[in-house]
Unconditional design. Sequence first.
Length: 175
Amino acid sequence: MESLWFKEAKYKTRRFVMGKKSIATLRAKAKTCEYNPMDKEMEFCGMVEAIKESVEKINSDYLRNVEGDKGLSAIRGQLYPMAPLVLFSKAEIFAFTSWLTFGLEDLDFGWGKPIWVGAMGGVGPAFRELIIFTKSNGVNAIEAWVTLKEKEMAVLEDDPEFLAFAAKNPCILIS
């Protein structure tokens, strides 16, 4: 089971910013695509549908099941059936988390509110294939902090389709 969480490799974290127009375009594209669950390859539409279905499952009943002393065993019970699939198919797992509504930009530890909030720190196997969404300071945009294997990051950083929606580490706007 440890191999699910700790895959040794060299990882890189990069910041990409998606503006209001890019986000609107992606949302429109997601609403108009057709999803066929029988397809072997999961393209954009399939990923959108799978994420949507997963998010819909997180309701008050689900949260009640995963809180308290029995929470860890409830989560473990959900993960263990997936372990053979992941272990034997060598599937890649990507984790997404949104910090958009945490209000991090409004925290004041005594020296004023931060001028910018981002994700940082050492990148290791516990944080691989992780995407963190944060608010972009002062502009109507979303930052995506993406951690991938170095080779995969090199491909993403040069992917014209991806870069049509996201800017690579643009200047931080300070107002």
